[in-house]
Write a protein that binds this ligand. Structure first.
Ligand code: NAD
Length: 500
């Protein structure tokens, strides 16, 4: 089996991490909370802070503050909201280095993947894009035969609960906050329990930007029987935008039913990365490295099912394994040479390892990885796993069907376009897919046949905030982005004007 290389050094940032005393942010004030939970740095599992676990009173206080603030925020001219959100975005840029470091402490992702010019820029742009959208979008009008005029008015909905996962916390927080706030709703954000630091920092920047008290609140805590569930049940919350596991989405849907909340779900994925024999080999290898191992493979949009057309199969696989060995280096996430960070927590690492073991038991071959890298102390206590490529599996095997959410990919050969489409669509998920070919007609045919909310042709993870984003089947309900966010985050009203 091919050996994985590791990045060498242990950085000061890892040896001596700061201690983060995270607080709630409720009604414009930072609140200590009554009970706390520990925050762990995934690269060492060391405790690097504590965060309050939101209780019923804190959730209720945040929702009440948001309800009260809605009266003025919801009627404020969009231009004024825009100015505040632009100021907020500007502060995010000014604190880009700090936010990039926080994201690495929260998630364990390599610092190079938090590049301020790309990653943090997107965190800021999420706010600016929707702030601008809110002042430029139009409205429909219909002239009736009798001269009456119908027009469509959009109004904010009310208090939005935004519930986010741990894998890309800063990006997903502002992806929801941007449209929710720009269109006049007020917000209670419940970040994932594993990654509370970034949301706390965002609250500090929102505060500094001058967002009025109660417009944006952050309540920390867990999901079931905790802040997450309390928010989904609260009658004062009018809409929920949730990103996380498909099963959690089902629970939230039930919890939200008695109060008929409006829901938007961005859920799990199990994307196919389809490589045709005519694809540019080197490009396909580089795209596949990103689609497989970006963010340790803890990425809903990842393409962990590689499907390679048979004439290219052996050549591609050899080159892909070699490139993985040369370019995917687990190590200290703060080392700029590291290209694979630590998984979020030990239980998740065990879960990912379980799938590798399962594949082995079913006779699959692990071509590289499958084990843990040997790293110096204190990284030896972190949740590291080598990049893992598995072949010899069946499309129906659990390892090819279930979301693993780690640096583990399977590779399967196929012969025809139809076969590739059938395998790609043969899972419960439908979030994203990658198609790699130099044949434009084939690219269009295959992309059109795939059951996925997003299809990238000859690239991966290129995002335009105007387009619909979301998933089919078990990958979600609804779409956000551009006009689609406007639809979700606003109520719509028809006003009919008589002409006499
Ligand atoms: P998760 O569902 O366990 O948790 C997500 C959030 O929901 C957390 O804040 C959690 O505290 C909260 N939560 C959990 N149970 C809850 C409940 N019963 N009521 C209310 N809130 C509850 O997901 P995760 O493990 O944090 O994230 C990984 C998952 O997210 C993967 O399945 C991944 O594919 C998905 N994801 C999807 C997208 C997308 O855009 N479709 C993006 C990122 C991540």
């Amino acid at each position: 089996m091919t050996q994985v290389q590791t990045a060498g050094q242990v950085t000061e940032a890892t040896l001596r991490p700061p201690f983060f005393n995270v607080q709630h942010y409720i009604n414009g004030a930072f609140v200590e909370g009554q009970r706390h939970f520990e925050i762990h740095y995934p690269a060492t599992n060391e405790v690097i802070g504590r965060a309050p676990e939101g209780q019923a009173e804190e959730v209720a206080a945040a929702v009440s503050a948001a309800q009260a603030a809605f009266k003025s925020w919801g009627t404020m001219p969009a231009r004024q909201r825009r100015a505040l959100l632009h100021r907020f975005a500007q502060l995010i840029r000014e604190h880009a280095e700090e936010l990039a470091r926080i994201e690495t402490y929260d998630v364990g992702r390599p610092i190079r993947e938090n590049n301020p010019a790309i990653y943090i820029e997107r965190v800021a742009w999420n706010l600016e894009f929707f702030a601008d959208f809110a002042v430029t979008h139009g409205s429909e009008a219909y002239l009736m035969d009798n001269g009456y005029v119908n027009y469509v008015q959009r109004m904010p909905v009310g208090v939005a609960a935004l519930i986010t996962p741990w894998n890309v916390p800063l990006l997903l927080a502002t992806w929801k906050m941007g449209p929710a706030l720009a269109f006049g709703n007020t917000v209670v954000l419940k970040p994932a329990e594993f990654t509370p630091i970034g949301a706390w920092k965002l609250a500090q920047l929102a505060h500094e930007a001058g967002l009025p008290p109660g417009v944006f609140n952050v309540v920390h805590g867990f999901g079931p029987d905790s802040a997450g569930a309390l928010l989904t049940q609260h009658p004062g919350v009018r809409l929920i935008s949730f990103t996380g596991e498909s099963n959690t989405g089902k629970h939230i849907m039930q919890a939200a039913a008695p109060t008929l909340k409006r829901l938007s779900f961005e859920l799990g994925g199990k994307g196919a990365n389809i490589i045709f024999a005519d694809a540019d080999l080197e490009r396909a290898v580089q795209i596949s490295l990103r689609a497989s191992f970006f963010n340790q493979g803890e990425f809903c949009l990842a393409g962990p099912r590689l499907l390679v057309q048979r004439p290219l199969y052996e050549t591609f696989l050899e080159r892909f394994v070699q490139a993985t060995r040369e370019q995917i280096r687990p190590g200290d996430p703060f080392d700029p040479d590291t290209t694979l960070g630590a998984l979020i927590h030990p239980d998740h690492l065990k879960r990912v390892q379980f799938y590798i073991e399962l594949a082995r038991q079913q006779g699959a071959r692990v071509l590289i990885g499958g084990d843990r890298p040997e790293l110096p102390s204190p990284l030896d206590r972190g949740n590291f796993l080598n990049p893992t490529i598995i072949e010899g599996v069946q499309p129906t095997d659990r390892v090819c069907q279930e979301e693993i959410f780690g640096p583990v990919v399977t590779v399967l050969p196929f012969d025809t376009e139809e076969e590739a489409i059938a395998i790609a669509n043969g899972v419960a998920y439908g979030l994203s897919a990658v198609v790699q070919t130099r044949d434009a007609g084939r690219a269009v045919r295959v992309a059109q046949a795939l059951e996925a909310g997003t299809v990238w042709v000859n690239d991966f993870f290129v995002r335009d905030l105007r387009v619909p984003f979301g998933g089919m089947k078990q990958s979600g309900i609804g779409r956000e982005g551009g006009q689609y966010s406007l639809e979700f985050y606003t109520e719509i009203k028809n006003i009919c004007l008589a002409n006499q």
